[in-house]
Design a protein around this ligand. Structure first.
Ligand SMILES: [Zn+2]
Length: 109
């Protein structure tokens, strides 16, 4: 692994940590009652339809009352409006970057 790619990896880690810390700093009663799109950390079930939420999949989560919904139920419920969480955005960015790297490697190999 080259110095450059290690440096890039390190930078991604720093950015992710910064974003997570910023999100934590913003935690408040307001944050606790809002819905966020996020990545499933532990297998669980949607409280509305009972569907299985698998690790690595997307879910909608509210801290207050520990509301866990699958994206489908969140979309159907007019009372639920969610925003992507900082963590979800960071993981999405990492995924896009990974895919781009893979694509560029295929071109040059
Ligand atoms: Zn559901």
């Amino acid at each position: 692994m080259s110095y450059k790619s290690r440096e890039r990896k390190r930078q991604v880690k720093v950015e992710t940590r910064k974003m997570v810390q910023a999100a934590r700093a913003k935690h408040s009663p307001d944050t606790a009652t809002r819905y966020f799109l996020r990545v499933v950390k532990h297998d669980c079930r949607c409280v509305a339809c009972g569907g299985h939420l698998r690790r690595g999949a997307e879910m909608v989560y509210r801290h207050h009352g520990a509301v866990k919904l699958c994206v489908g139920c969140a979309e159907r419920d007019p009372l639920v409006s969610y925003v992507p969480s900082a963590h979800w955005e960071a993981s999405r960015r990492a995924e896009v970057r990974k895919r781009a790297e893979k694509a560029s490697r295929q071109v040059w190999d």
